[in-house]
Write a protein of this length. Sequence first.
Length: 281
Amino acid sequence: MPARIAVITDSSSCLPDLVASRWAIGVVQIQLNLGGHFDDENRFDRGAVIDALRAGQVLTTSPPDPGAFFWTYQEAAASGATAIVSVHISGRMSDTVRAAREAAQQVRIPVHVLDSRTTGMSLGFAAVSAARAAAAGADAARVIEAAERRCFTSTEFIYVDTLEYLRRGGRIGAAQAMLGTAFSIKPLLTVKDGEVAPLARVPGTRRALAKMVDLAVKKSGGFRADIAVTRFGASDHELEIGRQIERRVPAMAESMVVEASTVIGAHLGPGALGITVSPVY
């Protein structure tokens, strides 16, 4: 019997439900604690979380319990998987990888846990590539290769209105140096070496978003690429950003506008926007 490889990721991947379902990707939920209410992030109302952030309420996040991974892995094995590739948010941002590895030791089939060293749709596209390879009959080594290639070649461009939410959550990384940015100067960020890192300072929101689009178009470099625009809360900008990218990246393979996971949004803050550029090979 040929091997059947199951692909698992976590909710920081921002994968829309329809995409995860289409490729049979298991998604383990990261945990959110808002006002003493602790639960899977997808059980929280997004609008209520945004309102709570703006009101200055204390909000914290936690990796999934190892038990959540264990039962997800067990379900995959019971459904006929002979091995699992489990790809997750950077270990420098979350202990999710550690929880996954702890659970993997308790499962009767091989579980290969990958630290993506990224998050958001860079992770999401990696999970899709892995699942696509698995669906085509690839063995575990080739499924891992497909995931790692997308992780290492994808780029996140991130706009935040303020660095305050990253500072509160302790996820600011190398962007700490930008904390003194004046109110009118908007920071652009990326993910580098597994953590949030500074990219540019730009005066005003519109100029910052235009700069982010320019960077994304340049990064695509004429290569075929999947591109995602990620938002945390609806704004007037994400659809226009998507249209601009479609006009300026003729070699684009797939484009989508997605909602940031609530956990990512909690760290970036209301109004955050991102662009993921993920080359297709």
